[in-house]
Design a protein around this ligand. Structure first.
Ligand code: 26V
Length: 820
């Protein structure tokens, strides 16, 4: 019998076909009559209609890769921050008009229905969202890229604000089911933990290692089709879920201990239960290490299975497979591949090492020492004893090489070793990742430069050329076309729709920057977006804001280094100026904050409380005359980002220079016509190069100046005493002006910024920040000049498409090509 692929009923994108599918799915998939269907029923119905139209492209794509024996890219990431998928898929498939019409004809309110989709919030912030943008770009350019990660049952917590404090609530996103995933009960791999290693010699006298594990969990695959724009390519994201290896442990069962057996099952299934919501400190938590090994082991078994379907010589692996490690979180993959090649497939160490180190590449996303992962050797010993042996072997051979090149430098060996001997013995995952990878990249130029000159300077010297830069990007499909249809349509009307897949085309908008007609249209779009956000603020916070006021937006995770508190100092300063001078003419402002604090990060949580307490005072003080409003929008996630970002006038990117690796919110806001107030940090520097120094508000110490200031013995008190407005603002925080019910509530913040050394140099940057805010005000008084500047910002964002980023990874690191 010949193979037949396409004998199912034809599906197409015509209105009739969509209408037919809508009715059929409501009845046959959801089991509802149109009379009784709820909005949620319609969401699942629509999702089914859309999903049907992804599947052919998905299968065609997988077949295309298979037939071309294409080089595959596996993007290993603990986090994929996808958000909602319904509209994204509709727009990428390209049948939004038909969907809208079919909904109207069926009496379904599309806008209300899309709101019912839960965000897939399987990530903390920038690192996870970057992975999601990369999946979109890989599919759009036709690159054989597979996302591999964990199917957390609970994603990023839901943030509620209660009495001004952050309260975390579980994110039960799978409660009503996930229409986008395909469970693959047959794609099941065992993952082992614990036990001990037995050494023996085989008949040829060769040493072998046998890992006698004592625990086993099964990893089951769930596949999610990921369409590119135009949906010619539909790639796959494969997330692993933990299943107990047997339903009941026979041992307990035979003992008659039925309950104990079921408890054990629950325990092993805990592995993929919850996303760790802490992107601040690398805690040595056993469950997280197990999560890492769990998804890495399953992914590698799967990768090798697919490779061996076509190939028998592992020597070809680096030509057919590229594995990207999204931070060190999956870097246990390096010893795991060594183990599979040496212990299971009998390769010699040197050959296995050559293959392994030509397969992996590692992306570093932070220089913050507290976020660099290290694991206690004792934990490895208990959970992954064979991997620890392999790491020791890798380290010994590596250090031998170092010794050979730099004889006698024991200090160098101590610094470069994969094992940190200084604070109890710990495995340095970044060192392991560097040694086992052919490329290591930072995510913006300054970050990569700092990587080479500071934390990884020894490695830069030892492996010249291995460390490199690939500046981050964002997908224009979500962050402009979908989130800001007004601006997207305006751009398309004037320059065509080519920008959607070639963002550099936005440059053509510069020619229109002075065109008063275009300016008026541009302003109208922004104004409409601001009205929508104002309505959301009214609804969610019962806060009235003036859509003509300057929307000043600071959205990102709450971190000391991101300096939300510096923004608060500006807010308090503005407040003091307004109420102490009733005749003062100020630009009306609405300062909008959003972001989550790690549940254990006390200073970040106190910052949220301060923002809300300041908002309470400022918003209700008649002396502000409505000129200043402060809003903290709860539960900042991909969906709320899409509501806030298109409405922003001003984008706050004010991290201490040298601390924010890249930032990607900075790109999203500028792409949506916000002007940036920012430091020379991360990708801000490259944004300045693209839009021109005159179109961005840069302030503050440079990274070099920050380093020098700290070196010279920084004294925050000198700034406190030198600037009366700064002192006033800080004293108000310290004395309980904003917390009349508990005067010392914010003393820890005051102390942090004064007595305890002001680690992130807020006070040193206060003056120039206030001055930059005054420049913002002056420009905002001239709507034509402001609009011109905003247009030039949109026009200058071409470089920051993740399509460009992925193109660079493909050519510089992966050696992979689109397969079209
Ligand atoms: C760190 C850790 C530490 C160990 C515990 C779990 C955990 C989870 C997440 C993280 C994230 C730290 C790295 C990170 O998100 N970096 C951000 O990456 C963005 C994409 O490259 C970049 O734009 C941001 O500047 C950078 O902060």
């Amino acid at each position: 019998m010949p193979q037949t692929h396409n004998e199912h009923a034809p599906l197409n994108l015509s209105l009739n076909s969509v209408k037919q599918s809508l009715t059929n799915h409501l009845i046959f998939s959801i089991g509802k009559d149109p009379i009784t269907a709820t909005d949620r029923d319609w969401f699942f119905t629509l999702a089914n209609v859309v999903r049907d139209r992804l599947i052919e492209g998905w299968m065609e794509t997988m077949r295309r890769y298979y037939e071309n024996d294409a080089k595959r890219v596996y993007y290993l990431s603990m986090e994929f921050l996808i958000g909602r998928s319904l509209m994204n898929s509709v727009l990428n498939i390209g049948f939004i008009d038909e969907v809208k019409q079919a909904c109207i004809d069926a009496g379904v309110e599309l806008d209300r229905v899309t709101e019912l989709e839960f965000d897939a919030a399987l990530g903390n912030g920038g690192l996870g969202r970057l992975a999601a943008c990369f999946l979109d770009s890989m599919a759009t350019i036709g690159l054989p890229g597979y996302g591999m990660g964990i199917r957390y049952e609970y994603g990023m917590f839901n943030q509620k604000i209660e009495n001004g404090w952050q309260v975390e609530h579980p994110d039960n996103w799978l409660r009503y089911g996930n229409p986008w995933e395909f469970p693959r009960p047959e794609v099941l791999y065992p993952v082992k933990f614990g036990g001990r290693v037995v050494e023996y010699r085989n008949e040829h006298g060769r040493m072998h290692h046998h890992w006698m594990e004592d625990d086993e969990v099964m990893a089951m695959a769930y596949d999610t089709p990921t369409p590119g724009f135009g949906a010619k390519t539909v790639n796959n994201m494969r997330l692993w879920s933990a299943k107990a290896s047997r339903d009941f442990d026979l041992k307990y069962f035979n003992e008659g201990n039925y309950i104990k057996a079921v408890e054990d099952k629950n325990e092993s299934e805990n592995l993929s239960k919850v996303l760790y919501p802490d992107d601040t400190t690398a805690m040595g938590r056993e469950l997280r290490l197990k999560q890492q090994y769990f998804f890495v082991s399953a992914s590698l078994q799967d990768i090798i299975y697919r490779f061996l379907k076509h190939h028998s010589d592992f020597g070809e692996l680096p030509d057919k497979v590229a594995i990207q490690l999204n931070d060190t979180h999956p870097s246990i993959a390096i010893p795991e591949l060594m183990r599979l090649l040496v212990d299971n497939h009998d390769l010699e160490w040197d050959r296995a090492w050559d293959i392994t180190s030509r397969t992996f590449a590692y992306t570093n996303h932070t220089l913050m020492p507290e976020a660099l992962e290290t694991w206690p050797v004792s934990l490895f010993e208990a959970i992954l004893p064979r991997h620890l042996q392999i790491i020791y072997e890798i380290n010994q051979r590596f250090l031998q090489g170092v010794m050979h090149r730099f004889p006698g430098d024991t200090e160098l060996l101590r610094r470069m070793s994969i094992i940190d001997e200084s604070r109890g013995r710990r495995v340095r995952m970044a060192h392991l990742a560097i040694v086992g990878s052919h490329h290591v990249n930072g995510v913006a130029q300054i970050h990569s430069d700092l990587m080479k000159t500071t934390i990884f300077a020894d490695f830069e010297r030892y492996y010249p050329g291995k460390l490199t830069n690939i500046t981050n990007g964002i997908t224009p499909r979500l962050w402009l076309n979908q989130a800001n249809p007004g601006l997207a349509q305006l751009a398309t009307r004037h320059i065509g729709k080519g920008w959607i897949t070639d963002l550099g085309k936005l440059r053509q908008l510069s020619a229109l920057a002075d065109d008063s007609g275009f300016q008026a249209e541009f302003r109208a779009v922004k104004r409409a977006n601001k009205e929508k956000l104002a309505a959301i603020l009214a609804h969610k916070l019962r806060l009235d804001v003036n859509p003509d006021s300057l929307f000043d937006v600071h959205v990102k995770r709450i971190h000391e280094y991101k300096r939300q508190l510096l923004n608060v100092l500006h807010v308090i300063t503005l407040y003091n100026r307004i109420r102490s001078n009733p005749a003062l003419e100020v630009v009306p402002r609405t300062v909008i904050f959003g972001g989550k604090a790690a549940p254990g990060y006390a200073m970040a949580k106190l910052t949220i409380k301060l923002i809300n307490d300041v908002a309470d005072i400022v918003n209700h003080d008649p002396a502000t005359r409505g000129l200043l409003k402060v809003a903290f929008l709860p539960n900042y996630d991909v969906s709320t980002a899409s509501e806030i970002i298109p409405a922003a006038d001003l984008s706050q990117q004010i991290s201490t220079a040298g601390t924010e690796a890249s930032g990607t919110g900075n790109m999203k806001l500028a792409l949506n016509g916000a002007l940036t107030i920012g430091t020379l940090d991360g990708a801000n520097i490259e944004m300045k190069e693209e839009v021109g120094a005159e179109n961005i508000f840069i302030f503050g110490l440079t990274a070099e100046e920050v380093a020098r200031t700290k070196n010279d013995g920084y004294d925050p008190w000198s700034h406190y005493h030198a600037n009366s407005e700064l002192k006033w603002a800080l004293d108000m925080i310290a004395s309980g002006y904003f917390s009349p019910d508990q005067a010392d509530r914010f003393l820890p913040i005051f102390n942090n910024l004064t007595r305890d050394g002001d680690h992130y140099l807020l006070l040193a940057d206060y003056n120039t920040y206030i001055a930059a805010q005054e420049r913002v005000d002056s420009l905002y008084r001239h709507p034509e000049q402001w609009t011109r500047c905003a247009i030039l910002n949109v026009a200058g964002m071409g470089k920051f498409s993740s399509d460009r980023t992925i193109g660079e990874y493909a050519s510089k690191i992966w050696g992979a090509r689109p397969v079209l």
